[in-house]
Each structure stands twice: as structure tokens, then as C-alpha cells.
Design a binder for this molecule. Structure first.
Ligand SMILES: NC(=O)c1ccc[n+]([C@@H]2O[C@H](COP(=O)([O-])OP(=O)(O)OC[C@H]3O[C@@H](n4cnc5c(N)ncnc54)[C@H](OP(=O)(O)O)[C@@H]3O)[C@@H](O)[C@H]2O)c1
Length: 222
């Protein structure tokens, strides 16, 4: 039975990864912050572990709990949008720190802990980025702190891919998805986004390590 780790699985895209992977017969280890979300993950048949990516000691604890687990797939989903805003107003340090620490630092702290477990299975380590992190496709400054965080995440993924040659590391655009973050006007359902991402992930080989992928299979500019 293949094994997946989903980081940030309490709701939205992360929760749907758990649901679809369990339905496909995977062993799933999933993380969440609240006790209610952990119980809901156990009800889905996942092994649930408590993790707050804003707390380095919590990430270190995850590494310890995973011990010598071997992972065919790991997905870093945890993300925070922040207060939005654009380049006509100063971002607050508080908003900047929370967005950057959740979206970038958490992923960078997870990599040395998780990537060796993925290498043990020559597996895939996917990081949920965003089209808003694509410098090449940017057309406004709307949500610029979040945009900067996802562009930084992309660089973290690309650069880390050189240190873990037995794993395939990729950044992934999930589309604009109907979740708490994406809102009700988003054109893509969470089911379709995750189905698309799992199809793209299945097609990833070592030659795709350090790449930026999109859930619909189109190529996306860095
Ligand atoms: N929805 C979209 O249109 C869209 C588009 C592009 C990219 N994305 C990206 O896709 C990912 C998932 O987004 P979503 O739409 O599913 O958003 P969501 O419904 O707001 O879910 C966000 C997830 O991140 C978790 N999270 C936030 N802060 C965390 C922390 N400190 N430690 C651990 N987990 C934390 C949340 O856990 P709690 O329940 O504990 O808060 C929740 O599981 C994010 O990285 C987001 O940036 C989404």
C-alpha cells in the first residue's frame, strides 16, 4: 500500500487530498491543528498528527513521530492568505510575518525532515503554490504579500530539488478553488482541483524535479 503525508489537511484542498487518496487505497498520514480536525481525519481512515507549521518545535515533533516512515508522496498544503492589500499601501510586519512563516518558512523547515523519507521511496514531494506566485503571469499587485510568499516558496522548492536527487520535488498551482481561502466565486471545485493535481502528480518523474506544475496540466511560468 503506498503511503502519503498531507501537511495541512483540516479543510479545503488538504482535506480533499486525504479523502481521494484514502478512496484510492493509500495509507494516509495527515496533519491538522485542532483536536476536532484530527478526529475528523481519523474518521476518514487517516493517521492523524497534530502540527502547527508556525511552531518549529511542532515540526520537529512531526519529524520525530514519522521516525523511519517511508513516503511515496508528501504534500505541503498549509497556507495563509493574510489581509490581501496591494502595493499602494504598506503591509504590516505582523501580516507579512504570518504569511511568510506559514507559506515559506514552514515548507523550508519541513524539507530537511520530510524529503529524506520521500527519497527512501524515490517518491514525490509536492508544495501547493499558486498562480499568484507566478512572476511571469502577474498582472496586478492584488494580494502582493501572498504573491511574494508563493514566489519565494517556488524558489525554495526549485533550489531544494538539487539536494534530494532521489525524490521529485515540485511546486503546484491548484487553480482558483472554492474553499474558505478561494471563496464561493472560484470556478474550480475542490474535487476537480485535487483530481487534476493527483493526475499531474502521477505523471511526474525525476525529470520534473524542481518544476512548477498546474492542476490542469498546462505549463505555468515561474
Ligand atoms: N483556494 C484557492 O483558490 C487557492 C489557490 C491557490 C493556492 N492555494 C493554496 O492551497 C493551499 C490550501 O488552500 P485552501 O484553499 O484549501 O485554503 P483553506 O481552506 O483556507 O485551508 C488552509 C489550510 O492551511 C492550514 N493552515 C493554515 N495555517 C496553518 C498552520 N500555522 N499550521 C498548519 N496548518 C495551517 C489550515 O489549517 P486550520 O484549519 O488549522 O487553519 C487549513 O488546513 C494553500 O497553500 C493555499 O495558499 C489555494
Amino acid at each position: 500500500m503506498p503511503t502519503a503525508l498531507i501537511i495541512g489537511a483540516s479543510r479545503g484542498i488538504g482535506h480533499e487530498f486525504v479523502r481521494q487518496l484514502r478512496a484510492a487505497g493509500w495509507k494516509v498520514i495527515a496533519t491538522a491543528r485542532s483536536d476536532d480536525a484530527l478526529q475528523a481525519l481519523r474518521d476518514e481512515g487517516a493517521e492523524a498528527l497534530k502540527l502547527d507549521v508556525l511552531k518549529p518545535e511542532s515540526l520537529a515533533g512531526l519529524g520525530w513521530q514519522l521516525d523511519d516512515e517511508k513516503l511515496d508522496l508528501a504534500v505541503y498544503v498549509s497556507g495563509f492568505y493574510g489581509s490581501g492589500g496591494q502595493a499602494t499601501a504598506m503591509p504590516t510586519a505582523e501580516d507579512f510575518d504570518k504569511v511568510m512563516r506559514t507559506n515559506v518558512l514552514g515548507a523550508m523547515q519541513a524539507i530537511p525532515l520530510i524529503a529524506p523519507l520521500v527519497e527512501a521511496r524515490q517518491g514525490k514531494f509536492v508544495f501547493i503554490s499558486s498562480g499568484m506566485g507566478s512572476i511571469g503571469e502577474t498582472e496586478s499587485s492584488h494580494g502582493w504579500v501572498y504573491r511574494a510568499s508563493k514566489a519565494a516558496l517556488n524558489m525554495a522548492v526549485k533550489s531544494a530539488s538539487f539536494d534530494y536527487p532521489k525524490a521529485t520535488l515540485a511546486a503546484m498551482n491548484p487553480g482558483w478553488v472554492k474553499t474558505d481561502m478561494g471563496g464561493p466565486d472560484a470556478p474550480t471545485s475542490v474535487e476537480d482541483s485535487v483530481t487534476g493535481m493527483l493526475k499531474v502528480i502521477a505523471g511526474l518523474g525525476p525529470e520534473h524535479s524542481g518544476s512548477f506544475q498546474s492542476y490542469d496540466g498546462r505549463s505555468i511560468a515561474w
